[in-house]
Design a protein around this ligand. Structure first.
Ligand code: IMP
Ligand code: MG
Length: 219
């Protein structure tokens, strides 16, 4: 369903398409509408370069929305957002889908450091909706090792949905490593990133683009 996702360059390389009409965020010009005006690093020298710009996110979400609209015609999905990271993506993605979708959310916590998942996951907030017979589309912010998602999919599949698929904004590594993802916004290098819902210690979720976060992070 998704062979269209963008693969971005490894750290240090610059391969993003030029973005006429918006400022070049890599050069510290965040473009119109970005609240992070003034100091592009927000006072944090570890907040690095832009990996996916605001306009790239917008364009890709329009494509994903069109794909999902076509794939789910006649069987509108229940969107299951994984909090907190997916809230912004889910909000924009839902508006790009021309079907009467429904929403639910769950929150999971993984044990381990703040930049690596241990694979031991616990449900912090469960769904309100009965999944039996529903077409469930899980909306994830980012898939790294895939351990969090594997746990979620096992858990959700046991609730007997009519179908179960995943739409992730970001996936680390090449497409061959994540065959379980029906829709992927961007394949990115294995760096830690923040922004557009993604955090480091709860910060930078409100940054409009996806940016590399450099340096060691306290667990
Ligand atoms: P996985 O289990 O290794 O696939 O990790 C998935 C979860 O770890 C995501 O849902 C995020 O909450 C978090 N995560 C992984 N990589 C990043 C990152 O680069 N930035 C922010 N959160 C991340
Ligand atoms: Mg997180």
């Amino acid at each position: 369903m998704d062979d269209d996702s963008a693969t971005l360059a490894p750290a240090g390389q610059r391969c993003l398409a030029e973005d006429p009409g918006l400022g070049d965020p890599r050069l510290g010009d965040p473009g119109p509408g970005d609240p992070n005006l003034g100091d592009p690093n927000l006072g944090d020298p570890n907040l690095g370069d832009v990996v996916v710009s605001e306009s790239q996110i917008r364009h890709r979400i329009a494509q994903l929305g069109a794909e999902i609209t076509a794939d789910y015609a006649g069987r509108p999905p229940l969107l299951v957002g994984v909090l907190k990271g997916a809230f912004m993506f889910m909000s924009d993605l839902a508006r790009a889908i021309a079907l009467p979708v429904e929403f639910d959310f769950m929150a999971v916590a993984s044990y381990g450091s703040s930049t690596r998942t241990s694979g031991v996951v616990r449900i912090v907030k469960d769904l309100d909706t009965d999944l039996a017979g529903r077409h469930v589309l899980v909306v994830e912010d980012i898939v790294d090792s895939g351990l969090t998602l594997a746990f979620l999919l096992r858990n959700l599949a046991a609730r007997h949905p009519a179908s179960l698929a995943v739409c992730a904004l970001l996936a680390k590594g090449p497409p061959s490593e994540q065959p379980e993802l029906a829709y992927v916004g961007f394949h990115i290098p294995r760096d830690f990133v923040v922004g557009y819902g993604l955090d480091i210690a709860e910060k930078y979720r409100n940054v409009s683009s996806i940016r590399r976060y450099i340096g060691t992070v306290q667990a």
